[in-house]
Design a protein around this ligand. Structure first.
Ligand SMILES: N[C@@H](CCC[C@H](N)C(=O)O)C(=O)O
Length: 315
C-alpha cells in the first residue's frame, strides 16, 4: 500500500503522522507499520507512529500512538500537539476534544511561542498516583519513595498520565544510570508488568529539565507525558508550586507546563510546538514486513528553521 504521512515533532520527539480517519487496518497491522516507519535504520525513522483517527459523539477526532517497538501507548503528549494540528488543518477547528486510547484530552491552537513556531496547548489527565493506574505492584502511591525490588536507591514518584511514568529528581543526570534502569523496566518485571517510562529530572531556578527513557523506544529527545508527569510530581513533592506555568527544558527544546493540585482536578496543561518538517509517501508491504523508498513531496524548510532558531536561543 502507498501511505502518505507528515513527519513532525513536538520538542524534538519525532514521528511519522498518518491521517488514518478513513483507514481500516487491524491493530497488528498498525503495530507493524509503527515498527517499520519508526525504525531509525529505515528511510523514515522516529520515536513512534501517530495516527489521526475518527472522533465520536464526544470527540472531534482521535489519536493513537505506537512506540517504535510496535506497542500501543495510552497517550503521547508531544504527539498530541502534532496530531491536533493536523486535525485542526483538516477540519477547520481551532480547538478540539480528542479521543485517546483510554482517556480524553483537550487541544487548542495558541499564539506562537516564537516566530514561525506553530503552537498548540493540550490539557490532559487527571494525573494519578494510584498504584493500579501506574501499573506498579505496590500497596500505596510512590511519592519520592524507594521502591522495593527496583535496582535503584533513588526516591521515585510514580504518575499515570494515563501512561505510566517513574520520576526521580536528581542533582545531575547520569545517562548510563537512566539507560540501565530503563532497560531493566523494559523486561516487564513483576513490579511493573506493563513496563514504565523513566525520567531523571533536575528542578532549578529556570524550571525543570527532563531526560526520559521511553517505554518501547529508549532515550528520546523529549517526552511530553514525562514532562507532564514531572510537572505534577514537582508539585506533589513541593519542589514547584501547583498552578504556575513552568518552563520545562529537554534535549529537544522546551515547553511551558502547569499542573493542578489533585484536589483542584489534577489536570496538566502543556503549551509547545507542533512542527511539521516534511510531507512524504512510502510503499509499505505488510505481508513481507518491508517498506520501499520514501518520496518527499514538500519540505517545510522555514518551519523547521523557526524551531531551530528557538532551540539555538535556549543555549
Ligand atoms: N513520547 C510520548 C510518549 C510515548 C509513549 C510512551 N513511550 C509510552 O509507552 O507510554 C509523549 O510525548 O508523551
Amino acid at each position: 500500500m502507498q501511505t502518505g504521512f507528515v513527519k513532525c515533532h513536538g520538542s524534538g520527539n519525532d514521528f511519522p503522522l498518518i491521517d488514518a480517519r478513513a483507514l481500516t487496518l487491524s491493530d497488528a497491522e498498525w503495530a507493524t507499520i509503527g515498527r517499520l516507519l519508526a525504525d531509525r535504520e529505515g528511510p523514515v525513522g522516529g520515536d513512534g507512529l501517530l495516527l489521526l483517527t475518527p472522533g465520536d459523539d464526544a470527540h472531534d477526532f482521535g489519536m493513537r500512538m505506537f512506540n517504535s517497538d510496535g506497542s500501543e501507548a495510552e497517550t503521547c503528549l508531544n504527539g498530541l500537539r502534532c496530531t491536533a494540528r493536523l486535525g485542526f488543518e483538516l477540519t477547520g477547528l481551532n480547538e478540539a476534544r480528542v479521543k485517546l486510547k483510554t482517556s480524553s484530552a483537550f487541544a487548542a491552537r495558541r499564539e506562537e511561542i516564537a516566530p514561525g513556531v506553530v503552537t498548540i496547548e493540550t490539557r490532559a489527565g487527571p494525573a494519578s498516583t494510584d498504584p493500579g493506574d501506574v501499573g506498579l505492584a505496590i500497596d500505596a502511591p510512590a511519592i519520592d519513595s524507594i521502591l522495593p525490588g527496583l535496582p535503584s536507591k533513588r526516591g521515585f514518584t510514580a504518575v499515570a498520565m494515563p501512561n505510566p511514568h517513574l520520576i526521580a529528581f536528581v542533582d545531575s543526570i547520569d545517562e548510563s544510570e537512566l539507560v540501565a534502569l530503563g532497560d531493566w523496566c523494559e523486561a516487564g518485571p513483576d513490579l511493573m508488568p506493563a513496563r514504565m517510562n523513566v525520567s531523571f529530572v533536575i528542578a532549578d531556578a529556570a524550571g525543570l529539565f527532563v531526560r526520559t527513557y521511553e517505554r518501547g523506544v529508549g532515550l528520546t529527545n523529549s517526552c511530553g507525558s514525562a514532562m507532564a508527569a514531572s510537572c505534577f510530581a514537582a508539585g506533589l513533592t513541593g519542589r514547584k508550586p501547583f498552578g504556575e506555568a513552568l518552563t520545562i527544558r529537554n534535549r529537544g527544546g522546551m515547553v511551558v507546563a502547569s499542573a493542578q493540585a489533585p484536589d483542584a482536578g489534577g489536570m496538566v496543561s502543556i503549551r509547545g510546538n507542533a512542527t511539521f518538517t516534511y510531507d512524504a509517501q512510502v510503499e509499505i508491504d505488510l505481508q513481507a514486513g518491508m517498506i520501499g523508498e520514501m518520496v518527499v513531496h514538500h519540505r517545510r524548510v522555514e518551519e523547521a528553521q523557526s524551531w531551530d532558531a528557538l532551540v539555538a536561543s535556549l543555549s
